[in-house]
Design a protein around this ligand. Structure first.
Ligand code: NAP
Length: 265
């Protein structure tokens, strides 16, 4: 069990493939011989990456521009994949952004958009693409969570909670479908240098996690796909973040909460 063997009418459906971690996961999948279907809002970026991957690796690379916060756009995706004559063998739920600041001062509409992309879209796409994998007894799902999902994060309350949801959802579904030969893994990176911090604005993470503990998107993609190959329930790229996560796990919330409240500014 792990990543299914690449096949001509199968595809790896990667959300948030126009930038950052999603683009690197698509590159790594193509390097491993998988055809990809690239999904995000910025069509030109997706088309550039698709050309790079089909030229560089000889794989089939399709683009399906979509705003994944829009339920109607999501509902149309299975038929758009079918119209290409493809079946989704690998689903990568990666698209996202993060809000920060005290919740009582938050832009509630933006918080709701965050839930739509980090939670609702993952439920929806997994609900649409996982059942056919179970029927075929073959497939893999990678959910991009975060180390922000390991502990409640003051000043990133909504983001941390959404990523905790992604971890919990992944762990449960992982157990449910392993008997059908389906791999389900959560990628839980600490900070990664991507456009995330331009889109989300300054976050407390940048002040708290020292630069040597940051990893690059390429390493994230490699660790994620190696984890999926072995059906690991979750993977954390980089030794420094692994150590930070391990320390956090043995520290009770009563201690951690006030400490984070002090440092996450
Ligand atoms: N960077 C980090 O430090 C870090 C750490 C841990 C976890 N993560 C997680 O990693 C994932 C990818 O983030 P990143 O760091 O690669 O950020 P990024 O460089 O900003 O990329 C975000 C991707 O999500 C897509 N996206 C955003 N809103 C979308 C929407 N409404 N519909 C469709 N696509 C949408 C963007 O594409 P368009 O704008 O073209 O739509 C882009 O491709 C996120 O889930 C993030 O929470 C990031």
């Amino acid at each position: 069990m792990g990543l299914p063997e690449p096949r001509t009418d199968g595809t790896a459906f990667v959300t948030g493939a126009s930038a950052g971690i999603g683009a690197e996961i698509a590159r790594e999948l193509a390097r491993r011989g998988h055809g990809v279907t690239l999904v995000a809002r910025r069509r030109e970026r997706l088309e550039e990456l698709a050309a790079e991957l089909s030229d560089g690796h000889g794989v089939r690379a399709e683009v399906l521009p979509a705003d994944l916060t829009d339920p109607g756009a999501r509902a149309a995706l299975p038929a758009r994949v079918e119209a290409l004559g493809l079946e989704v063998d690998v689903l990568v739920n990666n698209a996202g952004f993060g809000t920060s600041g005290c919740f009582h001062q938050a832009d509630v509409e933006r918080e709701i958009q965050q839930v739509r992309i980090l939670v609702e879209a993952v439920v929806d796409l997994t609900g649409r693409f996982l059942p056919p994998m179970v029927e075929r007894r073959s497939g893999a799902v990678l959910n991009v969570a975060s180390t922000a999902g390991y502990a409640a994060l003051p000043r990133m309350a909504g983001y941390g909670a959404a990523k905790a949801w992604a971890r919990s959802f992944t762990q449960a579904v992982h157990e449910e479908v392993k008997r059908f030969g389906i791999a389900v893994t959560a990628l839980c990176p600490g900070p990664v240098e991507t456009e995330f911090f331009d889109v989300s604005g300054p976050t407390p993470i940048e002040n708290v996690i020292p630069k040597p503990a940051w990893v690059d998107a390429e390493l994230c993609a490699r660790v994620a796909l190696d984890g999926l190959e072995r059906n690991r329930v979750e993977v954390v790229p980089g030794r420094a973040m692994q150590a930070i996560v391990a320390a956090g796990r043995v520290t009770p919330h009563e201690v951690r909460g006030p400490l984070f409240g002090r440092f996450f500014r």
